[in-house]
Design a protein around this ligand. Structure first.
Ligand code: 5RP
Length: 223
């Protein structure tokens, strides 16, 4: 068993996006991570639902893992589900209506993900863990690629793994930010099942080799 690799297109070469996606898919990535940034919840602005629609229509078999770094995500979850998002992640910090936002994602036929920032404890999302398919633990503060991995976030992964076991739940645990073939190892041991990697994969050198390295680095059994 290895971690599921989710390359983040934030660091990709946008003028050759189709090719960049094929490279990681052929190398063994199963998910493609698409960061939606609104310039408000996070300082940056990225792209919108048309990107998801076009990637879906490109014939890629990758699971489209859409991370909404936006305030009031419940206003746009339907739009992204219609565009073809397979997984939609919403930040607990971005809305007073996290339960409703997750319900909307599920009603729209996508997999529901709740996301926590480094400053947010796991306890804050415990009331909604029974209804999610995936939890994303941010291992950097969201908004920018290329930041340094925060090792203290691994403890939250372990807490979530223990919660899953003690409550008989089966959600995936994803990490995002500063992931490389070194930082992934302890996070995988703690219970990470999906790893987002942006700049490590798409550093313009050899994205396929980087995906393979992440898979190889986690090619061992954990309980
Ligand atoms: O959510 C994110 C930043 O907020 C991204 O997924 C980002 O692409 C991660 O990049 P890197 O792997 O370079 O840290």
């Amino acid at each position: 068993m290895s971690v599921i690799v989710a390359p983040s297109i934030l660091a990709a070469d946008y003028l050759n996006l189709g090719e960049q996606i094929k490279l990681v898919e052929n190398a063994g990535a199963k998910y493609l991570h698409i960061d939606i940034m609104d310039g408000d919840f996070v300082p940056s602005i990225s792209y919108g639902p048309d990107w998801v629609k076009q990637i879906k229509a490109s014939g890629s078999k990758l699971t489209l893992d859409v991370h909404l770094m936006v305030n009031h995500p419940e206003k746009i979850v339907d739009t992204f589900a219609e565009a073809g998002a397979d997984i939609i992640g919403v930040h607990v910090e971005a809305t007073p209506h996290i339960h409703r936002a997750l319900q909307m994602i599920k009603n729209a036929g996508a997999r529901a993900e709740v996301v926590i920032n480094p400053g947010t404890p796991v306890a804050l999302i415990e009331p909604v863990l029974y209804m999610v398919d995936q939890v994303l633990v941010m291992t950097v503060n969201p908004g920018f690629g290329g930041q340094k991995f925060l090792p203290e976030e691994i403890e939250k992964v372990a807490q979530l793994r223990d919660y899953k076991k003690s409550h008989g739940l089966n959600f995936d645990i994803e990490i995002d930010g500063g992931v490389n073939d070194k930082t992934i190892v302890e996070a995988y041991k703690a219970g990470t099942t999906v790893a987002v990697a942006g700049s490590y994969v798409y550093d313009k050198v050899d994205p396929a080799a980087k995906v393979k390295k992440l898979i190889e680095a986690t090619d061992f059994e954990v309980d």
